[in-house]
Design a protein around this ligand. Structure first.
Ligand code: ADP
Ligand code: MG
Length: 756
């Protein structure tokens, strides 16, 4: 069915012959000299600058953002108030003016003979120039009564989705009843681009190569690539458009995963790493010395990691686990295995507070294993074993000692911050690079840590729940272990949104009651974007205010990024030891800090925070098994009016999601879904994106959406690995076009991802 020809009535762009000079490289022709009518040098420059379209191929792969289905339009006279509608009509009036409140009001009236409908925009006077009286436009959105202009009896659509179909001097391209709307720039309209793409398909469509091996095309019933491109731009119907889309999604993911598979297999073939086969008995002793039983998920991930460590090739593994799932225990087990096999471990954390916490925890956890009291010098295991700390604030003799211990091999475990990857830090025999809270580090820092050794194993830990498929794509050469089980007895943190002064007072009462019961609270101050010092000032003010007005008599602490690290550490220690009742802090506390006695988290201006940040913050309380509360304060008025309606809606959805679920994976998916919205589409338009956005700049996927296409991604991944395992260099003739496509599409990204 996929190979069916388009209906004969359709002006199929791919039906024309290519230019006489055609060859494969013609797809790489600069647009200015591609012979496409209307693309003058100035237009080509605008396409390149505004949209990154340089060549014919770029234009062919410039996917529509959405479509307008002109077969489902309604006569204006038949649309009802409150309905979503798409109409087509003639612009009869364009009027912009300033209303009494000082805001600018732009009204564009469209008429189709059955009635008039006004498109309304506030404070966007520049839009007026997109419309000319007499132009034919499609307009979509929710039909409302026109409140902006009492005298007008026409209904209106606020911020409608509008597409000019035919304007003065521009012919419409109507190859089908579903027309594409391509991303456009200020200089080149979607209408023009539609014509350029149409012409490019007509002239060059048949030159488009097929990268998917013929066997797979057949087995999966894929539409051929050139046909799919024609169909994705100018659909001949919904079913065929989806078939085209499916095919392009599969191809894109196959190409990406093939690149990853080649890289992974090559690394496995060519690099000899350490085999850390010892330390097993130490790990067992360690686990049985814990004051709790390791969860099944902890045991399983410890085993997965042990198998990798024992193998002679370098481990490259991502350890994912919800906030509080107990990643530290797993990390320490890995460290013990490596140290027990006679190699060293570098353990890097994103902040000093966290590095210091890890240092204390690791030493405490290892005490019973070593059978020794904690040694002042950081030595735990007699001569061969030691744990040392290296951060920016470890200086002088302490720093000298840490460096010497690393270089001589006396330190088995060196814990620290970015300080670990600085010049001058050397290891005698680095066997494992451990990175905590990976989302705070760039790839390069991760690689820099590995570079401190020969081919050390790497274990990267993250609590930022990345949907599994996203992890596979972004970290395609990594193996993934997931701690998908929480330690027993954790009660979900009761989360609420507080809007009124009464809500706030109740939250303060809750804190007083909890403190009276021997627990502690965090008060997180508003995010001040881009300025740590403003943020610190705000925290100081809040600290003073609640100390005087709200919690007099309680022991308050203050923590922000501008304090020096010994001060920070002292505050964190006091908090951990229960000497502080209420800690007023900036988001410094977001990452990994473990205060078992804390039971209330109050977040000021919670609507300013991202979902993953809120989730991290909430993860700071209830870690000791006690009931816990998270109060999200906001002054956001859910019903208020104004221009930033969309922004408010997004913030509201974030807060709702926090109240609804404590599952980090669900929140991550919600986050992606929320960020993907913001387009106003009427019925009759089709949203190409299906909800989820790209992480722009990260994978540059054009067709696939990682959330929506998870299943296809998994399939593409297994096909890709099967292909590469059967033909490691993709030398067979039927695999060569695929290899070429891998190089072309992802070469630079692969370097970025996997620079080694
Ligand atoms: P995260 O995964 O967020 O880094 P941590 O490793 O800091 O989590 O662990 C959170 C808390 O849970 C710590 O206080 C730790 O001692 C405790 N913990 C870890 N594993 C278990 C377990 N199996 N049973 C009970 N408590 C545990
Ligand atoms: Mg942690």
């Amino acid at each position: 069915m996929s190979a069916r020809r388009p209906p004969a009535t359709r002006r199929a762009p791919s039906a024309a012959r290519p230019p006489a000079s055609a060859g494969g490289s013609d797809l790489d022709r600069p647009l200015a000299s591609a012979g496409i009518p209307g693309i003058a040098p100035a237009t080509a420059a605008a396409l390149a600058r505004g949209l990154g379209l340089h060549t014919v191929r770029d234009l062919l792969e410039h996917t529509p953002r959405r479509y307008i289905d002109l077969s489902r339009t309604a006569p204006i006279g038949e649309t009802g108030i409150g309905e979503e509608a798409t109409v087509v009509g003639t612009v009869v009036r364009v009027r912009g003016r300033y209303v009494r409140s000082g805001r600018h009001l732009l009204m564009v009236r469209v008429s189709d003979g059955s009635g008039d409908l006004d498109g309304i925009w506030w404070n966007q006077p520049f839009r007026a120039k997109a419309f000319a009286e007499g132009a034919t436009v499609a307009m979509a959105g929710k039909v409302e009564r026109n409140r902006a202009e009492r005298r007008s009896h026409s209904p209106c659509i606020q911020n409608p989705f509008v597409e000019v179909l035919r304007g003065p001097g521009t012919e419409a391209v109507h190859t089908s009843r579903i027309i594409p709307v391509h991303p456009a720039t200020e200089r080149v309209s979607a209408n023009q681009i539609r014509r350029f793409v149409h012409e490019a398909l007509r002239r060059y469509g048949v030159l488009v190569p097929e990268p998917v091996p013929p066997g797979l095309v057949g087995a999966r019933g894929l539409m051929p690539r050139s046909e799919a491109l024609a169909e994705i731009h100018f659909p001949s119907g919904d079913a065929r458009r989806w078939a085209a889309h499916r095919r392009l999604v599969f191809e894109e993911l196959l190409v990406l995963q093939t690149g990853l598979a080649i890289r992974k297999r090559r690394v496995e073939r060519e690099t000899a790493g350490f085999s850390h086969a010892g330390g097993g008995a130490l790990v067992e002793r360690f686990l049985s010395s814990l004051p709790f039983r390791a969860t099944g998920a902890q045991r399983r991930t410890i085993e997965e990691i042990a198998a990798d460590l024992a193998a002679p090739r370098p481990m490259n593994r991502l350890l994912q686990g919800e906030v509080g799932s107990g990643k530290t225990v797993v990390a320490v087990a890995a460290a013990l295995r490596v140290a027990g096999s006679g190699a060293q471990v570098a353990f890097m954390a994103p902040t000093e507070v966290l590095a210091e916490q890890h240092y204390a925890v690791v030493r405490r956890l290892l005490e019973p294993v070593a059978g020794l009291a904690p040694a002042e010098e950081g030595r735990l295991f007699g001569d061969g074993f030691g744990v040392e700390l290296l951060t920016g604030s470890v200086t002088g003799a302490g720093r000298e000692r840490a460096l010497e211990a690393a270089a001589s091999g006396r330190a088995s475990i060196l814990i620290g911050t970015h300080a670990l990857i600085q010049e001058g830090v050397e290891f005698a025999r680095l066997g494992l690079a451990l990175v905590d809270e990976q989302h705070r580090f760039g790839v390069h820092q991760r690689l820099a840590l590995r570079a401190k050794g020969g081919q050390p194993d790497a274990l990267i830990m993250t609590a930022t729940p990345i949907p599994r498929t996203l992890a596979l794509t972004l970290y395609g050469d990594l193996d993934v272990s997931v701690i998908d089980e929480m330690p027993p007895g954790r009660v979900p943190v009761e989360t609420s949104v507080a809007r009124t002064p009464a809500d706030r007072a109740a939250a303060y009462d809750r804190i007083r009651a909890e403190v009276a019961a021997g627990h502690q609270a965090f008060v997180v101050c508003p995010l001040v974007s881009e300025s740590e010092s403003l943020e610190a000032k705000a925290a100081e003010r809040e600290f003073a205010r609640i100390g005087a007005e709200v919690f007099s008599g309680l022991r308050l602490g203050l923590l922000h990024g501008r304090m020096n690290s010994s001060k920070k550490e002292a505050v964190m220690r006091a908090m951990r030891d229960g000497e502080i009742d209420v800690l007023v802090a900036t988001t410094v506390v977001e990452v990994g800090v473990d205060v078992p006695g804390a039971s209330v988290m109050l977040v000021e201006d919670a609507d300013r925070f991202g979902l993953s940040q809120l989730h991290q913050l909430r993860g700071r309380v209830g870690r000791g098994g006690q009931p816990a509360w998270c109060v999200l304060l906001t002054s956001l008025d859910p019903k208020g009016a104004g221009e930033d309606e969309e922004e408010r809606e997004v913030a509201r959805r974030r807060l709702d999601a926090m109240v609804r679920t404590s599952d980090g994976f669900e929140l991550a998916e919600e986050d992606l879904a929320i960020r993907g919205e913001g387009q106003i589409l009427g019925r009759g338009t089709i949203d190409q994106d299906g909800g989820a956005p790209l992480q722009t700049g990260r994978t540059d996927l054009r067709f696939a959406r990682l959330l929506r296409d998870q299943k296809v991604l998994a399939e593409a991944r297994s096909e890709a690995f099967a292909l590469v395992d059967s033909d490691p260099h993709l030398e067979l003739p039927e695999h060569r076009p695929l290899l070429a496509e891998v190089r072309r599409r992802f070469a630079d990204r692969l370097d970025w991802l996997f620079a080694s």
